[in-house]
Design a protein around this ligand. Structure first.
Ligand SMILES: [Zn+2]
Length: 124
């Protein structure tokens, strides 16, 4: 298999599509992934704990969201900390849930780009 350009992989990740063929869907439900691509048979979870790395992506996005929100709301709009505590806590719970699928698809796309091992064949 020819190595896919990173832009193509990012577009497939944004569509929650298979990084190899771009046709198969990654998720069967909001949190439940398909085991393999129904189009090209790529195994999504490469090994046990494979998607642990996606939690770092998810955590990073959440941290950036909270930090930017706090800076804008507290320092620019001058909203006090007591008022911000509950909404920012809610954001820190909701953002990881909403970004869960995209963190996994981005992780899969990055792995497909940086280490093509196992993405060439249906064996994995
Ligand atoms: Zn596929």
């Amino acid at each position: 298999m020819q190595k896919q350009p990173f832009g193509v992989l990012l577009k497939r990740a944004a569509r929650l599509a298979c990084p190899r063929c771009g046709e198969g869907r990654l998720f069967a439900g909001f949190f439940r992934m398909h085991t393999r691509c129904d189009n090209c048979n790529l195994k999504y979870e490469r090994d046990h704990g494979y998607f642990l790395g996606s939690t770092y992506i998810n955590y990073g996005l959440t941290a950036v969201t909270i930090t930017v929100s706090y800076i804008v709301l507290h320092f620019m709009l001058e909203i006090d900390n007591r008022t911000l505590a509950v909404p920012l806590t809610a954001i820190s719970v909701v953002v990881p849930l909403l970004f869960f699928r995209y963190a996994r698809s981005l992780w899969l796309a990055m792995d497909c780009f940086f280490d093509t091992t196992g993405f060439e064949s249906d064996d994995g």
